[in-house]
Write a protein that binds this ligand. Structure first.
Ligand SMILES: [Zn+2]
Length: 79
């Protein structure tokens, strides 16, 4: 785990309610935030949650099997 991932994990430990925006590829366990993350997820003015989520995680799109694009490409090549 690099520092950014450690900070991200720490952030999620403190604010577990944001875990629902974080997805994980079930093959390589790469994590990222859902592409449908809105720019504001709480009603608190000036809240920085989205800023931190984007700081600690990259956008990650998973297919319907919860597999990231890289792994899905590899799988298709193997088939
Ligand atoms: Zn993957």
């Amino acid at each position: 785990m690099n520092n950014r991932e450690k900070n991200g994990e720490e952030f999620l430990r403190k604010f577990p309610k944001f875990r629902k925006w974080i997805v994980e590829c079930k093959i390589c366990h790469k994590r990222g935030y859902r592409l449908d993350l809105p720019s504001k997820i709480t009603n608190v003015d000036g809240s920085l949650e989205v800023y931190f989520i984007k700081k600690y995680f990259n956008p990650l799109s998973l297919d319907e099997d919860k597999i990231c694009e890289c792994c899905s490409k590899v799988l298709k090549r193997v088939k």
